[in-house]
Design a protein around this ligand. Structure first.
Ligand SMILES: [Zn+2]
Length: 457
């Protein structure tokens, strides 16, 4: 079990992460690869004996699933993505108890925690616990389902080849996803907003609704064992306060407060929704306190900047974690990033308009490309600048210029496409934030294969 700084791998990560500052997640390619390989140790497939009666199966799919053993039955916490991965995890957990399943608990409604319930329930119908507002988050953005699915595939790197694959930030790559959601059973016991204390299979269990990654999240507390199941409000990486696959605003302030509330319980064992369980009161409390503070600090800095009239582009480059939190291995931006969080907070509180009247009605991309080309001295000179940026490994600038060239009637659209593919791969190789890396790489492959339209949508 990880204690937060006790392994060589994590110390390596801490040292290497120092190479990137200011919310940047770009480092030398070898460093990025080593960091991601080290993070992969957080979800290698195994069953962790958390206590005498709590077992957590890590790495059987993206998330964790746990079994609490009581006097006359077991309780399952989260059920993975589909029945096949859930069945394999349950088989491994069954080595520790063959008592019947008395209850299943969903910490929140995301599919990687709810899709495999039938594998645990079998023919029986145990009680299924979830919060009263279970499912609200996904329902709100259902209309955008088709594009969310495409963007989600890129974020998780679902179509990448093994050589292009690293991990998903807080989850392994190459999981079995074919039976997504096929084992979902709707909850029949709803936890009210004020929480619930009960006894299941002789085990005292407390349910505490705690909005964060989703509004329908809760954490579980076992008062006798001092085990806290955090769901996805805590895992070993900077939190995904915004998901680039596309999400409605995740209430960042609530998330920070929910994690602070968890710290008040002073758990001796902390079981995250993803990544390895943590042992030790001091370590667990420090992690939760730091996590809450990190989220709160990003929120406060962003709000302060907003109130000074600054826009998201500026703030995304200015806001950073407080100095004393930057070297914490559980806050490295393997999953969420600070600049993405800043943009999400801005849009969540004020919407898309940055307050600058220039952006009330900006030029359309085609007109803007024509004017940029004229400014550069013509399309040929703009194209030469684009190629030079790629040669100089100024990849972000190469992308931005390629996006202009593709709109020009007299532009070499094929060359622009080639430059964009190369620049995306250049960024991907240096990226240690897994969603960014997977997205860059996936999009490059789509461009190369001709899967996208002429204008690269
Ligand atoms: Zn999850």
């Amino acid at each position: 079990m990880h204690t937060g700084s006790g392994t060589v791998g994590l110390l390596l990560v801490m040292t290497l992460a120092g190479a990137a500052a200011g919310g940047e997640t770009q480092v030398e390619p070898e460093v990025a690869s080593k960091m991601l390989a080290s993070q992969t140790e957080q979800f290698e497939q195994q069953v962790v004996e958390v206590t005498d009666n709590v077992y957590t199966a890590v790495g059987f799919h993206g998330a964790n699933t746990s079994m609490i053993v009581g006097t006359d039955g077991v309780i399952i916490v989260d059920t993975l993505f589909g029945p096949s991965s859930a069945a394999r995890a349950f088989e491994a957990l069954r080595a520790y108890s063959d008592k019947p399943v008395k209850a299943i608990i969903y910490t929140h409604s995301h599919g990687d925690h709810t899709g495999g319930a039938t594998a645990f329930a079998g023919d029986k119908r145990p009680d299924i616990y979830a919060t009263e507002n279970f499912g609200v988050a996904e329902g709100a953005t259902a209309a955008a389902g088709p594009i969310k699915a495409r963007r989600g595939s890129r974020q998780f790197g679902r179509n990448l080849s093994p050589s292009e694959t690293t991990n998903r930030g807080v989850a392994p790559a190459n999981t079995a996803d074919h039976d997504r959601g096929k084992g979902f059973i709707p909850p029949n016991v709803r936890v009210p907003p004020e929480g619930l204390k009960t006894t299941i299979a002789g085990v005292d269990v407390e349910f505490h609704p705690a909005p964060g990654e989703t509004d329908d999240a809760m954490f579980l507390w076992l008062p006798d064992e001092k085990v806290l199941f955090a769901g996805d409000n805590f895992y070993h990486a900077f939190p995904n306060l915004y998901a680039i696959r596309g999400t409605a605003y995740r209430n960042v302030l609530n998330w920070s407060e929910s994690v602070a509330k968890m710290a008040e319980f002073r758990p001796h064992f902390l079981v995250p929704g993803h990544t390895m369980p943590v042992r030790g009161e001091e370590t667990a409390v420090a992690m939760l306190s730091d996590y809450s503070e990190a989220i709160r600090s990003v929120y406060d800095q962003t709000v302060q900047g907003m109130n000074e009239g600054k826009g998201p582009d500026q703030l995304a480059h200015e806001v950073d974690l407080p100095e004393h939190l930057r070297d914490k291995p559980y806050l490295i931006e393997f999953y969420g990033t600070v600049p993405h969080a800043v943009r999400a907070i801005y849009a969540g509180l004020l919407g898309w308009f940055d307050g600058n009247p220039t952006t009330l009605n900006p030029l359309g991309p085609k007109v803007k490309a024509q004017k940029v080309a004229a400014l550069a001295g013509g399309t040929r000179k703009l194209t030469a600048q684009m190629q030079a940026a790629l040669v100089q490994e100024d990849y972000q600038w190469a992308l931005e210029l390629a996006d202009h060239v593709k709109w020009l009637e007299d532009g070499d659209r094929e060359l622009a496409r080639t430059v964009k593919i190369a620049a995306l791969r250049g960024l991907a190789a240096r990226e240690y934030n897994a969603p960014n890396r997977n997205y860059y790489q996936s999009y490059a492959n789509e461009l190369e294969s001709g899967a996208l339209s002429e204008l690269w949508h």
